[in-house]
Design a binder for this molecule. Structure first.
Ligand SMILES: NC(=O)c1ccc[n+]([C@@H]2O[C@H](COP(=O)([O-])OP(=O)(O)OC[C@H]3O[C@@H](n4cnc5c(N)ncnc54)[C@H](OP(=O)(O)O)[C@@H]3O)[C@@H](O)[C@H]2O)c1
Length: 270
């Protein structure tokens, strides 16, 4: 049995990932700042922002799946003006470099890095940090894989939830295909053990819909009605925020089905 270290194993994607690894019979160690209740994994406490606990966490590890991130947008569930100017680099840039250096020393056999579809120099500061991290992974000298994923449904849901107090919702017409973390986790587990490496096919959700339609389905699932005002967003601005259509692998869970599964949660939040 190979030992897999998951950074960000307590996050949205990380939890789905750990569930699948454990179900698949893998020995899993989660690198985290605080221990949660799960008893079917090993816990290695530490902090990517300082490097504390990392060397210890890597002992005996065969594969690292790096899903930790410090994204203010994901944490608060919405984009604010400040996100167009800066984003903290402690975890995604410095933390990733620290982790890569120590992976070398620990002779890790495969480093699987989670990234975002459509990143380029025009991305928001957070995206540019993720792009810099991809470069670090490519230059690490390790055997590596990079998987880019579309924005996750949970993030789309919290962005739309942030609009509920508005009588009219300005929503971009932009077409994109967000995806659920469960589908991304399935694909990552596949990529971790298929003996492949390099830049992998990106993954997105099953449907290409305009954000207006995603918002409409969201309102329907919540049993609410607000006027949706479609607005134009330039391709460049949309790409900068990750609203694109991915190529490659497609997940299977639709937005409608995801909303149905989370209806209780969303009603509660309303
Ligand atoms: N969200 C999206 O829409 C999206 C789309 C495409 C790709 N991605 C990528 O997918 C990955 C996971 O995203 P997510 O949305 O699932 O993230 P998330 O829910 O925000 O979880 C982030 C994880 O990182 C950990 N973390 C944060 N700071 C840390 C530190 N200083 N030291 C150690 N661990 C730390 C968090 O641990 P704590 O529990 O201690 O906070 C948490 O487990 C990221 O690489 C992200 O860029 C995300």
């Amino acid at each position: 049995m190979t030992l897999v270290l998951v950074t960000g194993g307590t996050g949205h994607l990380g939890q789905d990932l750990v569930d699948r690894l454990v179900r698949g019979g893998h020995q899993v160690r989660i690198f985290a700042r605080s221990q949660k209740s799960r008893a079917d994994v090993e816990w290695a406490m530490g902090d990517l922002a300082t490097g504390e606990g990392l060397a210890h966490a890597l002992r005996g590890v065969h594969t690292v799946i790096h899903a930790a991130t410090h994204s203010p947008i994901a944490r608060r569930g919405g984009i604010r003006p400040v996100d167009f100017f800066r984003s903290p680099s402690d975890v995604d840039a410095e933390g990733t470099q620290r982790l890569l250096d120590l992976c070398h020393q620990a002779q890790v056999q495969h480093f699987l890095h989670v990234s975002i579809v459509g990143l380029d120099e025009a991305s928001l500061p957070y995206g540019r940090l993720k792009l810099a991290a991809e470069r670090m992974v490519r230059e690490s000298g390790l055997s590596w894989s990079i998987v880019r994923a579309m924005p996750f449904y949970y993030l789309l849901e919290s962005m739309l939830a942030g609009l509920v107090w508005l009588p009219v919702w300005p929503v971009p017409r932009t077409v994109c295909n967000p995806v659920d973390t469960s589908d991304v986790a399935d694909y990552l587990v596949h990529c971790a053990f298929d003996r492949g490496c390099g830049v992998r096919e990106e993954i997105g959700g099953p449907e290409d819909l305009s954000l207006v339609e995603f918002a409409r389905q969201y309102q329907e699932a919540r049993g609410m009605h607000r006027t949706i005002m479609p607005v134009h967003l330039s391709d460049k601005a949309a790409r900068g925020m990750g609203f694109v259509v991915s190529r490659g692998v497609r997940g299977t869970l639709s937005w409608k089905d995801w909303l149905q599964r989370h209806t209780a949660e969303t009603r509660c939040a309303a």
